[in-house]
Design a protein around this ligand. Structure first.
Ligand SMILES: Nc1nc2c(ncn2[C@@H]2O[C@H](COP(=O)(O)OP(=O)(O)OP(=O)(O)O)[C@@H](O)[C@H]2O)c(=O)[nH]1
Ligand SMILES: [Mg+2]
Length: 597
């Protein structure tokens, strides 16, 4: 097994200024003196990676050797590499927040462990919380690093560390990282002004912890090749080299790769892993690909993939899960920053849920079923909708449709992007409000989900959306004004004066007395209409409706005003109301009104 190296990716995340970069630097340096000194030939600090990437190697722990698949490249082409098998830890140092989200989503499949860096003098801060949220979406394992312990007063140091450790344990309690290890360090004791000779503290212990926590994830060579490129440069006489991490699939020498952003296809001339030529590589590997006749200036970072494996979408149907820390509702028509694959663009949302009978359906996270009908929602439905939001009729209409406080097991959104995005199928989607003031103590991450269906046609509103059967439930209420005969009545207050009642002719209405009526025609000029009652009015209904009629006719013959009032009151007490319900499909250009049979 001599010469084998295995790569794992560790994300370094945390609030601004918590010391992520200092920690990445300290780890790389400490590791190279501790681990490489024994092997002078390995003194190199690994591939010089793009900003934000650094790496170090330690001897591969015995625990992990058995986990090595036999097919791992043993880098034999460049001659045997002496010494023990190595574990290469690639640190992905996440800088500012916006790029943080992109980096993490881009690397979601390849970050095997996340280090959450906490400034021990500050504790959890807004972005530490956001990182924890991202970690829960994208990562399986976590280590909390309490940094800057040198700033703690000497006498109270241990007590403060213990207190913060307890606090962090409590924070993790409600996350999937419950019980994750927490370790104190000082990545750059003395801060920026301190001399370089000041040695970091606790780093060897951290490396030990990291090595004990890391597991080599199952890598999958199947599926289309996709690589996230973080560096692109030319080598004289060779060609252009793109380095990065393979997100999915595998690649072999001589394969064609596409640079989707530029719509060019190139043949792989040579490949390197850990400075060694290789003939194949797969998911999780850090790789350099050499192609010819390609200007490195055209690509700084981005995606490289198997030809035609990515798609460019103008809109998408995504599954949605709200991030519970996000305050405020997720409203239809609202705009969010949507991170899809490696791009973040603005997108406008329309939420929808299963039809009420399907609220209990098992969530499906890899396809979208166009044959089903879905219920339009003014906003994402969740249990913590503000109290009262479902109290009044009007509010219910605002909050959602026909919910009665129930939450479906799965919800979706249609996202319409401000500009088209290129992404892999079924990629992770995160919605956020990156424009929110970072100084307010608010989680900017609003929801996450999976891109289930991309709309690739620019004219999707005409070509594809009509196939999306999302409906609104409409309810209208009115009253029976008077009886014409046993089989017909006049209705009022269901429509506005200017409504074209013709459109509603033939629709069924229910009388509060139980009869079913059918709208027959408009009646007069004030929005009244005639209703046919095919089964005839029941005797009880006639009794309710007729006295009012009589009294009114008597009143019109000049009864005393007082009595007239009484009659009116009686009439309103004996209202027979009308209700009209129908579905209207949001993307039906003809705006048909559909009633269930
Ligand atoms: N006293 C002390 N200062 C530290 C320590 N680690 C980092 N610093 C200082 O904290 C400041 C921020 O450190 P960085 O490593 O740049 O922090 P960062 O988290 O990478 O910051 P961003 O990338 O901007 O989010 C710098 O001035 C560091 O010198 C430490 O252990 N002790
Ligand atoms: Mg930094």
């Amino acid at each position: 097994m001599a010469g084998v190296r295995v790569n794992v990716n560790v994300g370094v995340l945390g609030h601004i200024d918590s010391g992520k970069t200092a920690l990445a630097r300290a780890l790389s340096t400490t590791a190279s003196t501790a681990a490489f000194d024994k092997q002078p030939q390995s003194r190199e600090r690994g591939i010089t990676l793009d900003l934000g990437f650094s790496c170090f190697s330690v001897p591969l722990p015995a625990r992990l050797r058995s986990a090595l698949p036999a097919s791992r490249p043993a880098a034999p082409e460049a001659g045997p590499e002496p010494g023990e098998p190595q574990l290469q830890v690639t640190l992905v140092d996440c800088p500012g927040h916006a790029s943080l989200i992109r980096t993490i989503i881009g690397g979601a499949q390849i970050i095997d462990l996340m280090m959450l860096v906490i400034d021990v003098t500050k504790g959890m801060q807004t972005q530490s919380a956001e990182c924890l949220v991202i970690g829960q979406i994208a990562c399986q394992k976590l280590i909390v690093v309490l940094n800057k312990t040198d700033l703690l007063a000497e006498g109270k140091k241990q007590a403060t560390i213990d207190k913060m450790t307890k606090k962090m344990q409590k924070t993790l309690e409600n996350t999937k990282f419950r019980g994750a290890p927490i370790i104190p360090v000082a990545a750059k004791p003395g801060g920026p002004e301190a001399p370089e000779t000041e040695a970091p503290q606790g780093i060897s212990e951290l490396i030990e912890l990291l090595t004990s926590q890391i597991s080599i994830p199952t890598r999958d060579p199947s599926g289309p090749f996709l690589m996230s490129v973080d560096h692109c440069f030319s080598i004289k006489g060779q060609g252009t080299v793109m380095t990065g991490t393979i997100l999915s699939g595998s690649i072999g020498l001589g394969d064609n790769v596409e640079i989707p952003a530029l719509k060019v296809v190139k043949k792989v001339k040579s490949m390197q892993m850990f400075h060694m030529p290789v003939t194949s590589a797969m998911q999780g590997d850090r790789l350099g690909i050499c192609v010819t006749q390609f200007d490195p200036k055209l690509l700084e970072r981005g995606l490289v993939c198997a030809p035609e494996s990515l798609h460019t979408v103008y809109a998408a149907i995504i599954s949605v899960e709200k991030i519970s820390y996000f305050r405020g509702p997720l409203q239809t028509k609202a705009k969010f920053h949507i991170t899809v694959g490696h791009e973040t663009v603005m997108g406008r949302l329309m939420f929808f849920s299963p039809a009420p009978d399907n609220f209990d359906h098992e969530p499906v996270l890899n396809t979208f079923d166009f044959s089903q009908e879905y219920l339009f929602q003014e906003q994402y439905l969740c249990k913590d909708l503000e109290p009262g939001a479902t109290g009044s009729d009007q509010a219910t209409e605002k909050a959602g449709q026909a919910t009665e406080g129930l939450c479906p097991r799965q919800q979706w959104a249609l996202v319409e992007f401000e500009k088209p995005v290129t992404c892999p199928r079924l990629c992770l989607v995160i919605g956020s409000r990156l424009d929110a003031d970072i100084h307010t103590n608010m989680c900017r991450l609003a929801f996450h989900g999976v891109l289930l269906h991309g709309l690739e046609d620019k004219n999707y509103t005409e070509s594809l959306l009509p196939k999306l059967r999302v409906y609104k439930l409409k309810h209208k209420h009115g009253f029976v004004e008077r009886v014409i005969d046993d089989y017909s009545v006049i209705g009022r207050s269901l429509f506005k004066k200017e409504t074209n009642i013709q459109l509603f002719v033939g629709l069924k209405v229910h009388l509060s007395t139980g009869e079913l009526g059918v709208i027959d025609s408009s009646f007069g000029q004030s929005g009244k209409f005639k209703i046919n009652i095919p089964g005839g009015l029941g005797p009880e209904s006639k009794k309710i409706l007729t006295p009012a009629l009589k009294k009114r006719s008597r009143a019109s013959k000049g009864e005393m005003a007082k009595q007239e009032e009484g009659a009116e009151r009686q009439e309103s007490a004996q209202h027979v109301s009308l209700s009209l319900s129908f579905k209207r499909y949001v993307f039906d250009t003809h705006k048909h009104m559909v009633q269930s049979p």
